[in-house]
Design a protein around this ligand. Structure first.
Ligand code: HXC
Length: 257
């Protein structure tokens, strides 16, 4: 059955997921989590797709987990049914995921953006972890990923006061990779995704894996892992093609496998 909380499309070699619960500013409910992860896994398994974009509406990327759905949930429901569990699987997606963020990225919305590989924000984007105002705290990695992205002091400020920051400040602190005019947001994200999807697919997968190693284990392990992947890239057809094309002053044609 087709998803009800998201729109799933393929644009050339880019998989596009649009969060689509406009009445609640794309609040992330349990159904959306299941549908979004199913779409991500399907794109990851699809050879026609080289990279993925997740976006929302102009008003909101996502205003957080669905408060109405959570309000009366007992502890045992969260614990036994693992309401937030599907989001853990985002890290198993091997293809690059770009978050195209316009408007509110709050609470779980900010955390979802941080679960993606990088963020392109529109000028009117707002980031924050306002959970503290609801009597709770971040639940899908905000305390960890936000802290690694922006450092302890600002992460503590945002998590403890619940205030939001705009796109310019998010760019200045390294939370987002690029800021673009609101009218260009989707186009900019799709172009970046098309660029990535046009490269040697095994090298793209290896590059994502190598950068992610910077967040796990000691530096020496990360460097060793990178070296092995670098060497492995020479076993791919795309490496031969990319270097041969450069030497012969022509454009490379990658075969995406
Ligand atoms: C459910 C939400 C919602 C949310 C907004 N809405 N955010 N519904 N869950 N997280 C609904 C509103 O109730 C309202 O519905 C409609 O969307 C429009 O929102 P308004 O508040 O009327 O809009 P505005 O005045 O422009 O304010 C926008 C806003 C505000 C600043 C983003 O909506 C807000 O503060 N939302 C909550 C943000 C938040 O606390 N997020 C963290 C959630 S906890 P009606 O029916 O009245 O039109 C969380 C935990 C993470 O994320 C754990 C892991 C996932």
């Amino acid at each position: 059955s087709s998803p009800q909380t998201i729109i799933v499309e393929r644009r050339d070699r880019v998989g596009l997921i649009t969060l689509n619960r406009p009445k609640s500013l794309n609040a992330l409910n349990g159904q959306l989590a299941i549908e979004a992860l199913a779409a991500l896994k399907a794109f990851d398994a699809d050879d026609r797709v080289g990279s993925i974009v997740i976006t929302g509406s102009a008003r909101a990327f996502a205003a957080g987990a669905d408060i109405a759905e959570m309000a009366e949930k007992p502890f045992t429901d969260f614990y036994m049914n693992d309401f937030l569990g599907p989001w853990d699987d985002v890290k198993s997606i091997s293809k690059p995921i770009i978050a195209a963020v316009g408007g509110f990225a709050l609470g779980g919305g900010c955390e979802l953006a941080l679960l993606c590989d990088f963020i392109i924000a529109s000028e009117d984007a707002q980031f924050g972890q306002p959970e503290i105002k609801l009597g709770i705290l971040p639940g899908i990695g905000g305390s960890q990923r936000l802290t690694r992205a922006v450092g302890k002091s600002l992460a503590m400020d945002l998590v403890l006061t619940g205030r939001t920051i705009g796109a310019a400040e998010a760019k200045a602190v390294g939370l987002v990779a690029r800021v673009v005019p609101s009218s260009d947001l989707l186009q900019a994200a799709l172009e970046a995704a098309h660029t990535i999807a046009g490269y040697n697919a095994p090298a793209v997968k290896m590059a994502k894996e190598a950068v992610n190693r910077a967040f796990e284990g000691p530096l020496s392990e990360g460097l060793r892992h990178e070296r092995l992947l670098f060497q492995a890239a020479f076993a791919t057809e795309g490496q031969k093609e990319g270097m041969n094309a450069f030497v012969n002053k022509r454009a490379p044609v990658f075969r995406h496998r």
